[in-house]
Design a binder for this molecule. Structure first.
Ligand SMILES: Cc1cc2nc3c(=O)[nH]c(=O)nc-3n(C[C@H](O)[C@H](O)[C@H](O)COP(=O)(O)OP(=O)(O)OC[C@H]3O[C@@H](n4cnc5c(N)ncnc54)[C@H](O)[C@@H]3O)c2cc1C
Length: 410
């Protein structure tokens, strides 16, 4: 028996699950297919390796969907300040403070698993959403208006609109024949979860060096997440060190403001790729999140722009359905692509400029970035605009990101 749905979302990561929540309580039938459940959370457990800096816009989306409570009741860390500086003798720097735009914080650092758990919990309250998990997809057949996903246990699921939320290596995107432009950054990221000698911190900082940035993200109490961006060989060598030798390297390389690191709990490394789908939509299919775009994580924007995709797509689908339009039609889905593509591209280009301008010891570029940091520090309006951009509050925002629920006609 084939089960048929209006919307079939493949991938229940942070972005796919947000889209399913945004379509919760609508007249549309929705299925979310996800490989595995996120492991349950215990308050005493060590911090996960994978954390994200969630922007104010992401918080607004999750709050409006009734998901934020599930995050804040577990654990998160607000950050109020953000500092960026050069490792060289000039130490040209700029610091953003939430006070400058009258906000209580710039964003929150949250473990990815907690976001996913809170989303899946919320999903269970919607009668129109089926969570198909754990599930292994054997085959994905794209057919406009009636795509089919066959699971390894023999179940078959049909969707009028197929949504790819299955990450950077998206099988849905490949099945739909949507191409990407991509290249590898000559940089990997090593993420380490550590315990510091300092108490609770409210700042996230990044020091730029010619081989890549060194970043600090505060977690609860004296815990923190460090990100070390460097050439692939250097990161591989760091990953091969034992904990004691790795700790020594961290203390030697990171700036003094890191303080003493008392313990490293976990570390992992990630190759960095830039990837952008040539189209986000075709008849009966749409891409969201990393399936549509992978961006350098140095300013922590990947999931933030993915949640904006989810919010925008849910709005377009709902409005079309309420107006009696076929929501799977490419002309309708093109509204979603128009709402998101330019914004995502701008974010990718900003990250690329950071990558190119800062990962370089060429003298004119060095002067340029020192002047840039100095100007960013001194020019009030430009600085406030940069803060709003980092908080996801710049530009045309989907309703959920403005704190307005999506109202469904029944
Ligand atoms: C080192 C690092 C640090 C980062 N830090 C930040 C940050 O601070 N802030 C930020 O905004 N972004 C950050 N990012 C980016 C962020 O992690 C990604 O943009 C985000 O995880 C993308 O979410 P997604 O749901 O689109 O995809 P994914 O997280 O890849 O989720 C895809 C989901 O689909 C499921 N899936 C895949 N294929 C199938 C299938 N065939 N069937 C069923 N299920 C399937 C997977 O199990 C998974 O749950 C960082 C990235 C890296 C590498």
């Amino acid at each position: 028996m084939k089960q048929r749905y209006d919307i079939l979302i493949v991938g229940g990561g942070m972005v796919g699950a947000t889209l399913a929540c945004a379509l919760g309580n609508s007249p549309l039938s929705v299925a979310l297919i996800e490989h595995d459940f996120a492991a349950p959370f215990e308050p005493e457990q060590p911090y996960d390796l994978r954390v994200s800096a969630l922007s104010a816009a992401s918080r607004s989306i999750l709050q409006t969907l009734g998901v934020w409570e599930g995050i804040s009741s577990r654990r998160l860390c607000p950050y109020r300040r953000m500092k960026v500086w050069e490792a060289d003798e000039t130490r040209a720097a700029t610091e953003f403070n939430a006070d400058e735009i009258g906000c209580s914080e710039l964003g929150h650092i949250v473990e990815n698993r907690i976001v996913q758990l809170a989303l899946l919990e919320r999903l269970r309250s919607f009668a129109n959403v089926d969570l198909i998990c754990p599930a292994r997809t054997e085959q994905i057949e794209y057919a406009p208006g009636s795509s089919l996903v066959r699971l390894t246990d023999g179940r078959e699921v049909l969707g009028r609109l197929l949504v790819a939320a299955d990450g950077g290596q998206s099988r849905v995107r490949q099945a739909a024949g949507l191409g990407v432009t991509q290249w590898d950054y000559d940089q990997h990221a090593l993420v380490a979860s550590v315990q510091t000698g300092y108490g609770q911190q409210d700042i996230t900082w990044q020091q730029f060096t010619p081989t890549g940035p060194l970043a600090f993200l505060p977690l609860g109490g004296n815990h923190a997440s460090l990100v070390w961006y460097d050439r692939p060989d250097t990161i591989k060598a760091l990953m091969a060190l034992d904990d004691e030798a790795f700790l020594q390297q961290v203390q030697q390389t990171f700036p003094d403001c890191l303080g003493q690191i008392d313990a490293v709990f976990a570390r992992g490394s990630f190759p960095l790729r830039r990837q952008h789908a040539q189209q986000y939509v075709a008849e009966g299919v749409a891409l969201v999140g990393d399936a549509a775009h992978m961006i350098h994580p140095l300013a922590g924007q990947g999931v933030n722009i993915g949640l904006l995709d989810a919010a925008a797509l849910a709005e377009v689908i709902t409005q079309a359905h309420d107006a009696g339009e076929p929501f799977e039609a490419v002309e309708v889905l093109a509204r979603y692509e128009r709402a998101r593509r330019q914004h995502n591209l701008m974010m990718m280009q900003i990250m690329d400029s950071f990558y190119r301008v800062f990962s370089n010891s060429n003298l004119p570029l060095k002067l340029l970035r020192n002047v840039g940091l100095g100007l960013a520090e001194r020019l009030g309006p430009a600085k406030r605009k940069a803060i709003r951009l980092a908080m996801g509050l710049d530009g045309d925002l989907p309703a959920l990101a403005r704190g307005e629920p999506i109202i469904h006609d029944r």
